[in-house]
Design a protein around this ligand. Structure first.
Ligand code: NDP
Length: 341
């Protein structure tokens, strides 16, 4: 096995990272994953095996977004670095800097280390939340890679700010002469099968729905994407020619929170009595959010259903995206297989 990996994937213990690592391994690449602690290494190996990849060419190194230790060693010798690691908490912190700083400073640490180690390309996992919230778009605007969220908007959650600020910092860095090529993947709400029980916020939602905690759902909807397509987008971003300096909106269709409950009930009929029975009017959601911090995260979503284009990702990364329904069905079934709902 070569001592230098072809690809480094940061945050190897994450939902997106495990699928992305599996996709690289299935394609014959060697991978080094970064972890905050080596205690998760064996779990990640087992997860990528479960995803049909041989972990023989997977190694790990410890590096944390909040300090410089280990990053240059982590990225050294790689042909591409895929930076997925970023805080994605279920509950928003009181102090936005708790997640903005690791997201932004961690991204800059990875980019600086990659520049010092002469890594040719970095692929950054951003989000559609860094696209969908500029301040001045008219109703009916079709959102695309040309749009950037205005991180000064007062209604944004700390998470939305963290993704926007980190991506903007990455583009600023990429404009400096010594920077590696930058490719940014902007996925919408990611669904698809969980690889193990170390769940992302994406899947924690179903545990809440399955407990019957919310008899009614706020009227919000979002584009969905399947993690298997997000992994394919990262792999294409790492090695495909002609994509450097580009960002890619990866999303397909649109589902409401109520729809997610209905798919959950369809796939697992024993949970039908637990899922939301109706949608709450927006004024009621705003009122409850005064007391319920979790609900505050949905406030920017109330109202307009944003139209968007995924044409660039399909044309330039060669993606054929799974439907939103397929992505959610696969998520729900995987959680049942893992006995988590
Ligand atoms: P997970 O929570 O599953 O993964 C997040 C990863 O980031 C984990 O490996 C976590 O490590 C790591 N991480 C968090 N803080 C630090 C830190 N201080 N230092 C090092 N590593 C850290 O989330 P996802 O896989 O769902 O998300 C991956 C990426 O995709 C994120 O950038 C997220 O913003 C983005 N994204 C996700 C979407 C979704 O719906 N899931 C939608 C759009 C974008 P540990 O295991 O130690 O906590």
């Amino acid at each position: 096995m070569p001592s230098d990996p072809q690809v480094v994937v940061t945050g190897a213990s994450g939902f997106v990272a495990k699928h992305t690592i599996a996709e690289f391994l299935r394609g014959g690449h060697s991978v080094r994953g970064t972890l905050r602690s080596m205690t998760k290494a064996e779990d990640v190996r087992r997860a990528v095996s479960r995803l049909g990849a041989d972990p023989a060419k997977l190694t790990f190194i410890v590096a944390d977004l909040v300090n410089d230790v280990g990053w240059e060693e982590a990225v050294g010798g790689a042909k591409a670095v895929v930076h997925t690691a970023s805080p994605f908490p279920m509950t928003q912190p009181e102090n936005p800097d708790d997640i903005i700083k690791p997201a932004r400073d961690g991204t800059l640490r990875v980019l600086k280390a990659a520049a010092n180690a002469a890594v040719p390309r970095v692929v950054l996992t951003s989000s559609t939340v860094a696209i969908f919230y500029p301040s001045d778009r008219p109703k009916g605007h079709v959102y695309s890679e040309d749009d950037f969220t205005d991180e000064t908007r007062a209604d944004l959650t700390p998470y939305f700010k963290s993704k926007t600020i980190a991506e903007k910092a990455a583009w600023d860095f990429a404009r400096s002469r010594e920077a590696p090529e930058l490719v940014v993947i902007n996925p919408s709400f990611i669904q698809g099968p969980a690889a193990d029980g170390d769940l992302s916020t994406s899947h924690e939602l179903y545990r809440i729905l399955a407990k019957g905690t919310y008899p009614a759902a706020p009227s919000i909807s979002f584009p969905v994407t399947d993690v298997r397509d997000v992994a394919a987008a990262h792999v294409a971003g790492a090695f495909q020619p002609g994509v450097a300096g580009r960002r890619y909106l990866v999303g397909e269709g649109r589902l409401s929170l109520f729809d997610l409950g209905q798919i959950l009930a369809r796939e697992l009929p024993d949970l039908r009595s637990k899922v939301p029975k109706f949608e709450l009017p927006d004024f009621a959601v705003r009122a409850i959010a005064v007391f319920d911090r979790k609900l505050r995260t949905v406030l920017p979503e109330l109202g307009e259903k944003k139209a968007y284009s995924n044409a660039r990702a399909k044309a330039e990364l060669g993606l054929s995206l799974r439907s939103a329904d397929e992505a959610v069905s696969a998520a729900v079934r995987s959680l049942r297989d893992l006995r988590l709902i």
